[in-house]
Design a binder for this molecule. Structure first.
Ligand code: GLN
Length: 462
């Protein structure tokens, strides 16, 4: 196939079927065809880059020059970015063809993609169910076969949980591995970009050009980037045929199998662990911080950072502005009240409260201290094991109109958020189905910079 043919095939599929899924906010047919033509030209000139000409799409919080970038919000309904996020230009230079921008929970706040101003996304496995969130558009687009892989972002599980709801593999790399420049911030100390694919290998292909130091992101780390695909291929080649995981110690924490875990998810994840064991891995018991403490810490710190990050959307510099403001205060107030959705406003309020004088030490400073202890608990666990396994989410995909109250929705993040607080890498991979045919995800958590190990551990299993 030429890239032009391939791109046309996927665009046609999107144009016919995305009406039912709603995974795209913007379809960039013209840009995609141009990029595909350029890829074909590069190929005829002898360029053999592995991503050259392959279609993909970005979550709509990565700035794309000349293309609408909304972050799922009304407040950015008309924002055409003047520059590219670092990962967007890196992926483009690697030759991949961007077909458009993918739906998401508003400002990446949510777990079901229902907070998007651009409408809910439907899970391709069952259109009456949510695809997960906040990168629900990315997961649904890959699951529906609209693109072979896609980018996402993960602040507290937003890659892993939708990957598990949509039967995909998704990786959230070590914090600092991928540049955040040009990624619209939710909670800067937790946000990390990553990839969705049908397999760990697909995730590795797309992650390769994204990873690496970027002088424009002060938290991005100077450290050599492994060759992820070569690493997983050589790990597979070296592995014993009968016992490919011999020597691998998988940590299992009872804290991850507690109250609230759906019985079918529990059974499938345990069956996957049994298979790992049969293939040579050893299961060891570890302890991690009580998930309820982790949840409380996250829902203190993430909104605090969000309230500060979102102060830039003021109706003055870019995005939505209310009609006929009476004065400056009215302009700020109405632009923000009309431009932000309910969940975003709730988080701004919670975050502002936690940061306000008089409450700062009691809430914010305390949560920062607990965050350090959560990291320490993970570090202690990694003294005993190489990876930690858990369910990715307590349930499979739920119904679109479930209308969960906020706290119940936050509880769904219980297995994923500790990873972000500790800056660790983690991957979610398919691990069976419920009786009604919904995918279930297994999460593997690695120590800092063990991204490659996670990819190969998932790859060999798949
Ligand atoms: N569901 C979590 C939240 O709403 C995580 C979101 C994310 O990772 N962006 O904050």
């Amino acid at each position: 196939f030429s890239s032009v043919e391939l791109t046309d095939h996927f665009l046609k599929r999107i144009n016919t079927l995305d009406k039912k899924v709603n995974s795209f906010i913007t379809i960039d047919e013209e840009g995609a065809r141009q990029a595909a033509q350029q890829a074909d030209d590069r190929r005829s000139a002898g360029d053999n880059s592995v991503l050259l000409g392959l279609p993909m799409a970005h979550k709509d919080l990565f700035c794309t020059k000349g293309l609408l970038t909304t972050s799922g919000s009304k407040i950015l309904h008309n924002f055409v970015s003047p520059y590219d996020a670092t990962i967007v230009s890196n992926i483009r230079e690697a030759g991949a063809v961007c077909l458009g921008k993918l739906n998401m929970d508003e400002f990446a706040m949510g777990s079901d993609n229902e907070s998007s101003y651009y409408g809910a996304v439907h899970n391709p496995w069952d259109l009456s169910r949510v695809p997960g969130g906040s990168s629900g558009g990315s997961a649904a687009a890959v699951a529906a076969g609209f693109v072979p892989f896609a980018t996402g972002s993960d602040t507290g599980g937003s890659i892993r949980q939708p990957a598990s709801f949509c039967g995909l593999t998704g990786i959230k790399p070590t914090y600092g591995r991928v540049s955040r420049f040009g990624m619209i911030a939710y909670a800067s100390s937790l946000d990390q970009a990553g990839t969705f694919g049908r397999s760990a290998q697909d995730c590795a292909y797309l992650l390769q050009p994204m990873a690496g130091h970027d002088a424009r992101d002060a938290t991005s780390i100077k450290r050599d980037v492994p060759d992820y695909v070569a690493d997983l291929q050589s790990a597979a080649a070296q592995a014993d045929a009968d016992k490919p995981f011999s020597g691998l110690r998988i940590g299992v924490a009872k804290e991850y199998f507690g109250k609230g875990l759906d019985a079918e998810v529990d059974a499938n994840v345990r069956a996957a662990l049994k298979q790992y064991e049969e293939l040579g891995a050893t299961i060891v018991e570890v302890n991690i911080t009580d998930p309820e403490i982790t949840l409380a810490t996250y829902y203190m710190l993430a909104p605090a950072e969000a309230s500060s990050n979102l102060s830039r959307f003021d109706g003055v510099r870019f995005g939505y502005r209310c009609e006929d403001p009476k004065d400056l205060a009215d302009l700020y107030t109405r632009s923000r009240s009309e431009g932000f959705g309910v969940e975003v406003q709730r988080r701004i309020l919670m975050g502002t409260y936690a940061l306000s004088a008089g409450y700062f030490d009691a809430y914010y400073t305390k949560a920062q201290k607990v965050r350090r202890l959560i990291l320490q608990d993970f570090k202690n666990a990694f003294e005993k094991c190489d990876v930690i396994a858990s369910p990715t989410a307590p349930t499979a995909a739920y119904k679109l109109d479930a209308a969960l109250d906020p706290v119940t929705m936050y509880l769904g993040d219980v297995y994923t958020i500790g990873v972000n607080l500790a800056g660790l890498p983690a991957i979610s991979m398919p691990a069976g189905f419920t009786e009604s045919g919904l995918p279930i995800g297994l999460q593997l958590i690695g120590n800092h910079w063990d991204d490659s190990k996670l990819l190969s551990t998932a790859h060999i299993f798949q």
